[in-house]
Design a protein around this ligand. Sequence first.
Ligand code: NCD
Length: 305
Amino acid sequence: MKHLLSPLDFTTDELEQLLDLARDISKNRDKYSHRCDGKKIATLFYEPSTRTRLSFEAAMLNLGGSVLGFSSANSSSAAKGESVSDTIRVISCYADICAMRHPKEGAPMVAAAKSGIPIINAGDGGHQHPTQTLTDLMTIRELRGSLNNFTIGLCGDLKFGRTVHSLINSLIRYENVKFILISPKELCIPDYIRETLIDNNIPFEEVEKLEDVMPQLDILYMTRVQKERFFNEDDYLRMKNFYILDKEKMALGKKDMYVLHPLPRVNEISVEVDDDPRAAYFKQAQFGVYVRMALILTLLGLDKE
Ligand code: NCD
């Protein structure tokens, strides 16, 4: 059985097929509206979410299926001490596929080992967020036409931001992608990600000032400072407004640069940027539904007519 636990669970060819399917879905919604009739997705969210959970639910509903699940650990038997392994054995009797978000790194992998249905990692702690990566890849591919030959600046909380870790892991498989990692020293990428870049001979630089590198970027990927992963409130308060993308900084960027953000945004992108044609983060959220529809179909083996 196929699961999606890490963005590397799909080969680049499989990813291409999935992104083609997502594109076809975006253009021909009606064609897919009964593909999952009678199927159910369980959304097991042990951590807060708006977009990821609701986009999975919207995806399944758009395909004609239905949804069940919980949106916080408190409202599940986890509050009584049930293990993830036991929960998933039971959920396997109720649903056909499961999307799980958990604060503990590796929890969806533990679930997959005992699961009778495909498991999708919808974010595990500060580790990975593969379906956000699928969304990001679709966005870049739709906007630029290709996943090769560009410079991407990843800015903000690169230490705790799981979307950043997943995206870097995925993009290193494409050609001529250069990374500019923009963060304060305290929030720089974890060593294992830096080692991956070095081991694969991927060009990257680490800088602190966004303004200095803005003119070089084809994609600017902004992230929120991950308040919930800080050990101490004072450190968070010191970091939270480190980067604020505003009109002035946008003026330094290329005309055909795009700004992505996995959302939710806090202060790191000023609302005045929303009207700039290069702001692509709300479009990105829409692509997130199409890509999750494609993923559900692929994992359930319903992707071919
Ligand atoms: C991200 C996450 O949960 O990691 N959100 C999302 O799924 N779109 C980013 C974040 O919370 O900052």
